[in-house]
Design a protein around this ligand. Sequence first.
Ligand code: DP6
Length: 338
Amino acid sequence: MTEQTATAVAPSNIAFVKYWGKADAALNTPAAGSLSMTLRDLLTTTTVAFDDGLEGDVLILNGAAAPPKALDKARPLLDIVRQQAGISSPARIDSANSFPTGAGLASSASGLAALALAASTAAGLRPSREWLSALARRGSGSASRSLFGGFVEWLPGGQRADGLDSHAVQVAPEDHWDLRMLVVVVRSEAKSTSSTAGMARTAVTSPYFRSFIDTVPADLRTCRRAIAERDFEALTEVVESSALKMHASMMTSSPALLYWKPETLRVMETVYALRAEGAPVAFTIDAGPNVKVLLPPAADADGFDDIRARFASLDGVRDVLATGPGPGAWVVEPGSPQ
Ligand code: DP6
């Protein structure tokens, strides 16, 4: 019996310019580019062991055997690694999140990025970051961005039949702009419609889907410039607009995809109220009811604790987590602390 094993840590990320829609479902390439910030404190640690003694692939999530369905996102990625490395052994995947499980926070970006890096390393591959990013993309599109730190753009590709030109690149490193983010948790249940199913429905049924996709190239340009110039006002405009356009296309799908709850609007209105009072803050929302609030670096905005407390005191808010830009996925060397 032989066993090849490796452990990797990957961060989650938050999109400033949203990905919602695919060009090719089999390759999992996107209908447009997207741009995100890698999050320092929301991490997944994953160990992969290719083991001849196993009867099939096994997935353990936060200490418990995951349902077979959860393996569906991981298997295409494992198969590519096995094919590339010339091995046929089943894999045991043991994965755990640093952030509270059941906090309604997406873990597919960090989970699939950690899996891509751990599986490739365990199999003895030493690929480029771009290849790893394209590999992670096969499991979950947003995971392609978690291989890089700081501010990251996922290129749609579309020229290569194998999809290898659809990978992420770093736009600016994590120390370029010390933005802060508050994750305002209002619900902890897993969302009822997955991103993959929701995107497919939106693309086919929403009259606004194309309009949203058509605005992405200009939003990417604005966002890149806002980051390069550390222009929080310009960032606010593009981040909120991208999230609202994505949600407008979701809401106008049939049947409608309405991810917001009353508490979601309460948090958004608090962002507007803070801004009217002169505090620079911006919101963004993914495919769920929780709101992520962006703030400029500490030196530019006083009263961080007050702002955090204001969100925490809102009716229906369960938790407020603070984070900021961090590094991309890394391998944990055997015997070293994480
Ligand atoms: C709303 O990466 O979860 O968070 O590729 O189908 O697995 P699949 O989708 P996923 O979608 C994330 C969508 C989003 C916006 C974003 O992160 O850009």
